[in-house]
Design a protein around this ligand. Structure first.
Ligand code: PLP
Length: 436
């Protein structure tokens, strides 16, 4: 039986009624990628309030590598809900936080002893990584990249690249942030230390091993190693932002492992929590321990439900061989997408690593039209790219071969429709569209 099953035109009457209430109650700044409201989910499938079933290739923007309602995650949540919900780890600690820290320390690349602190969102983890780097190095500046995305809180936003709609209007941003081109010859970085900011003023460089929101941009082989070497030479901490790439998405537990790099600090979130809000900074123990007691923390960081969910999600990724699965899914997508590229001039490029795959289209308007055609035909996905012209896939890695085939068929039909101008017209296509 196909997973996609549409009972009503999309959106159905119940979703339309909820959209009306949403527009009254929720500010317009909070974007809405699809006009449907969810009632339940399982594996790689979402059902909406009108009973329509979709394949979910957005995965809550890459948070569900282990799948929707992964059975081990759900069981762990039930068990924890029967024990206690919140005490604040800083007040009355609990074992699951420590167990998860131990697990992340063991998983993080490299043999140097590690420590982990837990937070609630990727942006919060990014901010803490920068705080820790500044405290350790006693230097102010941070290097980030063109097309980077590190979150929406003010320091994270200063590190994020895309102006509209993310940054415009929210100035001023924290100072001492310097942006350089991504994937360009590493000598450019040395040049920056001559012309823009002295190397000895730089605390950290933060980099996505594959850029996510920026459009699934894979840097040239050896580039990450070269910039990591330059960082080491100048005593600059190398921070890997694995928020979107982590937990199997690229075919390894962490994308930085493709180049055998040991980051000084690593930031994770999204699929870490198996569907619950959870983030982490994992780093070399000597660096992590450098701040004063009480200097780091947060009321909800490492909430007990989220810790139990994360431990179960990581186990599901390991036991289910989901890193290898990501590799195979990525190849399946890539084969089809490269054939589409020959057939549809609309596609300019196909790129990605493991299951973190995408294709770039001619413009933002056709990208929006394609995404709309897809959800109207039962496939949910999100766009990306500084110019909003990238279609990316972030499906749960437990998606079956049949579901993958179904999804690719919808995408192919959508490409044919948009290519010949018969695709759904986007509601408001614009270069400034949010990708999330
Ligand atoms: N870093 C990267 C690479 C991301 O992709 C994101 C979110 O998309 C973030 C940080 C921010 O994470 P959050 O939305 O949980 O704050």
């Amino acid at each position: 039986m196909p997973s996609i099953h549409l009972k009503t035109p999309i959106p159905g009457p119940r979703s339309r009624a909820l959209a009306e209430r949403r527009s009254q109650a929720v500010p317009r700044g909070v974007s809405q990628v699809t006009p449907i409201f969810v009632s339940r989910s399982e594996g790689a499938v979402i059902e909406d309030v009108d009973g329509n079933r979709y394949l979910d290739f957005a995965g809550g923007i890459g948070c569900l590598n282990a799948g929707h309602r992964e059975p081990g995650v759900v069981a762990a949540l039930h068990a924890q809900a029967d024990r206690f919900l919140h005490t604040c780890f800083m007040v009355t600690p609990y074992e699951s936080y420590v167990r998860l820290a131990e697990k992340l320390n063991a998983l993080a690349p490299g043999n140097t002893p590690k420590k982990t602190m837990l937070l609630s969102s990727g942006a919060e983890a990014v901010e803490n990584a920068i705080k820790i780097a500044r405290a350790y190095t006693r230097r102010p500046a941070v290097i980030c990249f063109d097309d980077a995305f590190h979150g929406r809180t003010l320091l994270a936003l200063a590190l994020t690249s895309k102006t509209h709609p993310y940054k415009a209007g929210f100035e001023p941003f924290p100072s001492d942030i310097y942006r350089v081109p991504y994937g360009q010859p590493a000598a450019h970085l040395e040049d920056t230390f001559q012309r823009v900011v002295a190397a000895e003023s730089v605390a950290a460089l933060i980099v996505e091993p594959v850029q996510g929101e920026g459009g699934f941009i894979v840097p040239p082989p050896g580039w990450l190693t070269a910039i990591a070497d330059i960082c080491r030479k100048h005593g600059i901490l190398f921070i890997a932002d694995e928020v979107q790439t982590g937990f199997g998405r690229t075919g390894k537990m962490f994308a930085i492992e493709h180049e055998g790099i040991q980051p000084d600090l690593m930031v994770t979130a999204k699929s870490l929590g198996g569907g619950l809000p959870l983030a982490a900074v994992t780093g070399k123990a000597e660096i992590m321990d450098h701040t004063a007691q009480g200097a780091l923390g947060g009321t909800f960081g490492g909430n007990p439900l989220a810790c139990e969910a994360a431990l179960a999600a990581i186990q599901a990724i390991e036991d289910g061989g989901l890193c290898a699965r990501a590799q195979r899914l990525g190849e399946q997508f890539r084969q089809r997408a490269l054939a589409w590229k020959d057939r549809f001039p609309l596609i300019h490029a196909v790129r990605g690593r493991g299951a973190m795959q995408a294709f770039e289209l001619a413009d933002a308007a056709s990208t929006k039209a394609l995404a709309k055609h897809c959800y109207e035909h039962g496939l949910i996905l999100v766009t990306a790219g500084t110019c909003g012209n990238v279609i990316r896939i972030l499906m749960p890695l437990v998606v079956t071969d049949e579901q993958m085939g179904e999804a690719l068929d919808v995408l192919e039909a959508a490409l044919a429709a948009v290519e010949c101008g018969a695709g759904s017209q986007p509601a408001a296509a614009s270069q400034a569209a949010p990708s999330q």
